[in-house]
Design a protein around this ligand. Structure first.
Ligand SMILES: C[S@@+](CC[C@H](N)C(=O)[O-])C[C@H]1O[C@@H](n2cnc3c(N)ncnc32)[C@H](O)[C@@H]1O
Length: 223
C-alpha cells in the first residue's frame, strides 16, 4: 500500500497540467484576492537578496520576485511543473523531492536570505525538511510559510491528521490529493523542533470573507 506522502507527490505528477492552467488563469480566487499578495509582501518586508522557493510549482512566485530584482531559485518534485517554471523565465529551478532535500542528495545552493514555502508543506513529517532548510539559510535569514488556515481547513475537526483535497470546483481532471492537516500549535511545535523560533504570524483576510484565507508564519533560526 503506497504511503500518503507517495500518493501526494503522485497527485502532483497527475495534476500538474491542470494546476498550471488554474494558477496562470487566475482562477483561484483566494490567491488572486489575498494570498499571492500576502506572501510577496511578507518576503519583500525582509528585504532579501537571495530567495529559495520550496515547492515552487509552476513558478509564479519566482517570477514575481525576479520582477522586483530578487534572485529567486526554485525547487519542486514534479518535472512538469519545474519545466513550466524554467520555460516561463525563472532563473534557476531544481527538480528534487523533499526526501532528496532531507537526505541532501541534490545541491540546491545555500546561504539563502529567505526560504519560502507557499502552500507547499502538505506532508506529515515536515520537521526533517524544515531542519534541512534551516541549514541552507544565511545568518539573519528567515523562513516564510503560507499555508491553509487550520481553523478554516479543519472544517469542524480541529486535530492533526490526513485529509483529502478533491479539487471540487476546479476546472479539468484532478486526482485527489492527500494532505496533512496541522493545528496552529502543531505548526509552531514543528518549527521549534527544527530549531526555528516564530518571529511573526499573520492571518491574511479579505474584507468580504468570513474567515482568514491563510496562515502566514515567519520563523528565524534559533542560532
Ligand atoms: C499547492 S502546490 C503549490 C505550488 C507553489 N508553491 C504555488 O504557490 O503555486 C504544492 C507543490 O508542492 C510540491 N510537492 C508536494 N510534495 C512534494 C515532495 N514530496 N517533494 C517535492 N515537491 C513536492 C508539488 O509538486 C507542488 O508544486
Amino acid at each position: 500500500m503506497p504511503t500518503p506522502e507517495f500518493t501526494l507527490l503522485q497527485s502532483w505528477h497527475h495534476n500538474a497540467g491542470a494546476w498550471i492552467e488554474a494558477v496562470r488563469g487566475g482562477t483561484i480566487e483566494s490567491r488572486r484576492q489575498v494570498t499571492d499578495q500576502a506572501i510577496v509582501l511578507a518576503i519583500l518586508g525582509r528585504q532579501p537578496e537571495r530567495v529559495l522557493d520550496l515547492g515552487c510549482g509552476e513558478g509564479w512566485l519566482l517570477r514575481a520576485l525576479a520582477d522586483r530584482g530578487i534572485a529567486a531559485t526554485g525547487v519542486d518534485g514534479d518535472a512538469t511543473l519545474v519545466e513550466a517554471a524554467r520555460a516561463s523565465g525563472a532563473a534557476q529551478v531544481h527538480l528534487a523531492s523533499y526526501e532528496a532535500l532531507v537526505e541532501a542528495t541534490v545541491d540546491i545552493g545555500r546561504d539563502y536570505d529567505l526560504i519560502c514555502a507557499n502552500f507547499a508543506l502538505l506532508h506529515q513529517d515536515i520537521i526533517p525538511l524544515l531542519a534541512a532548510m534551516n541549514a541552507l539559510l544565511a545568518p539573519g535569514g528567515a523562513l516564510v510559510i503560507q499555508t491553509l488556515h487550520p481553523w478554516v481547513a479543519a472544517a469542524g475537526d480541529y486535530q492533526d491528521g490526513w485529509r483529502e483535497e478533491t479539487f471540487a470546483g476546479f476546472k479539468g481532471q484532478w486526482q485527489p490529493m492527500p494532505w496533512y492537516m496541522r493545528t496552529l500549535s502543531s505548526w509552531i511545535n514543528a518549527l521549534d523542533m527544527a530549531d526555528f523560533r516564530l518571529a511573526g504570524l499573520q492571518e491574511p483576510q479579505h474584507p468580504q470573507s468570513a474567515g482568514p484565507q491563510s496562515l502566514l508564519l515567519v520563523a528565524e533560526p534559533r542560532g
